[in-house]
Design a protein around this ligand. Structure first.
Ligand code: ARG
Length: 477
């Protein structure tokens, strides 16, 4: 019985096309153009082609080894797949939305090149285990790419930290001057963050490294497949243990986006500091011409657009994580076509992160810090008040709470006199606390302040130099 078209899209249906599609055996009519538009993923999943072909090679080799496919067919398939890689890389391959996705585009082309044997490649396989395999391989490579970018960026930050181990600058809490720190120490804080990001990607990589191939559509296969062999050929640690889980699990993509979101947040925090620091009101850093832009109306402007965009793009990456979580949350086992929506957020986040890491690395590498300005600002806002209170505790044996109170009175006095703590006269200080001697002046300078912060993980230049050496060992070897 021929089904009558029953909707307005019927005009788009092409009778007879159904039987020519790969799955069209039981279909009388081809898809409407609307169906094709919503169903096709080829525009984006063509990015999987190398991984799809690697998976097909491993599968075909295994089928031959297991006596499921003849060696001659195996050879033809391997050669056909090599030809297809060549065509795609040369840009001569014609992608066809009517063939839905990368898997069917490649299989269709394979049948054009080698004929009937192409139809044997899909024995003991489904697009469900195929796409799950391709996507894991793709994400695994993406992780390796991001890790390399992060490592290079850490190297740049450590170089800056080493060059500025002794450069004093204001440290902030609440964005109010708090205590002097060193610029090197500040840079190394980001090296730690990026190190944890790399650790999260590495964890994700370890967990994702199981091979779905052989799970077939959802239940496994009746063919005597060797799942250990395909897993090994593709560099997976082992086959996925459960066929239903193998085709429906996208945890790895969620974990990847979660690690990526946190990385994006770290990059955004650094970008925000660059935006602030490059404003003339701060004047801490000058971004090179290569990473700045001008204004079309205000000739004096020098805008930190790249940093602002890194800050802005964090929104995209976090959005991608949200997208995938929401796609997955209501899905029953096993595969559902909703899961085709897993790829674009991952592709977009990967492109975005790679670009942002490279842009931040380039921007920081070229940045010029105004060490004079940093040092002048380091002392503004009574930033050595804590050093004074500590001195009262250490030298005069005053309890810290009381020392805090005394120092507060001295800060007020300096504020009234519109001068720094170090500019107060000894006699004025003694009018507040008699135990103060002129030895106190040694701790009031910003250089002395940072030099005294020698506790483990502290900001003293000597610590920062040692921390740079340690960071090189931990992250760059
Ligand atoms: N393009 C599909 C995807 O990305 C491939 C798997 C299709 N499987 C299916 N049963 N229709 O999810």
């Amino acid at each position: 019985m021929t089904k009558k078209p029953s909707n307005p899209q019927a005009a788009n249906e092409q009778p007879g096309v159904g039987s020519s599609t790969i799955w069209g055996g039981r279909f009388d009519a081809g898809p409407s153009s609307m169906m094709e538009a919503i169903n096709a993923s080829i525009d984006f999943d063509k990015r999987l082609f190398l991984h799809d072909i690697a998976g097909s090679r491993a599968h075909a080799d295994m089928l031959v080894a297991q006596g499921i496919l003849s060696p001659v067919d195996g050879q033809d398939i391997a050669e056909g797949l090599t030809a297809i890689v060549g065509e795609i890389e040369a840009g001569t391959f014609v992608f066809n939305a009517a063939l839905e996705d990368i898997h069917m585009n490649i299989e269709n082309r394979l049948s054009e090149i080698i004929g009937e044997a192409a139809g044997r490649l899909h024995t003991a396989r489904s697009r469900n285990d195929q796409v799950a395999t391709d996507f894991r391989l793709w994400v695994r490579d993406a992780i390796d790419g991001i890790d390399a970018g992060l490592k290079a960026f850490q190297g740049i930050l450590i170089d800056i930290a080493e060059a500025h181990a002794g450069t004093v600058m204001p440290g902030f809490t609440h964005l109010q001057a708090a205590q002097p720190v060193t610029l090197g120490h500040h840079m190394l804080a980001y090296v730690e963050m990026l190190g944890r990001d790399r650790g999260r990607f590495a964890d994700c990589r370890k967990r994702l490294n199981e091979c779905p191939l052989g799970a077939a559509a959802l239940a496994g296969t009746s063919f005597p497949v060797d799942r250990q062999m395909t897993a090994k050929a593709l560099g997976f640690a082992r086959p996925a243990a459960n066929s239903l889980d193998a085709v429906s699990d996208r945890d790895f993509a969620v974990e990847f986006l979660a690690a990526g979101s946190l990385l994006a947040v770290h990059l955004s925090r650094l970008a925000e500091e660059i935006v602030l620091w490059s404003a003339p009101q701060f004047g801490f850093v000058k971004i090179s011409d290569q990473f700045s832009s001008g204004s079309s109306i205000m000739p004096q402007k020098r805008n930190p657009d790249a940093a602002e965009l890194v800050r802005g793009k964090a929104g995209r990456v976090i959005g991608s994580l949200n997208t995938l979580l929401i796609v997955l949350k209501g899905l029953p086992l096993a595969y559902g076509k909703d899961m085709q929506e897993d790829k674009e957020p991952v592709f977009d986040a990967t492109d975005t992160l790679e670009l942002c890491v490279a842009a931040m690395a380039g921007m920081l590498n070229d940045a010029e810090f105004d060490t004079r300005r940093l040092k002048d600002d380091a002392g503004k806002g009574f930033t050595t008040a804590t050093d004074l209170a500590d001195w009262l505790v250490r030298v005069a044996g005053i309890p810290f709470r009381q020392a805090h109170h005394i120092t507060g009175q001295l800060v007020k006095m300096a504020e009234d006199k519109d001068c720094g703590l170090e500019d107060l006269k000894l006699a004025d200080m003694q009018s507040v606390e008699a135990a103060i001697t002129d030895a106190v002046f040694a701790v009031l300078g910003v250089e002395n302040s940072v030099a005294s912060r020698t506790s483990e993980g502290g900001t003293a230049p000597a610590n920062v130099r040692a921390a740079c050496t340690a960071a090189r060992k931990r992250f760059l070897t």
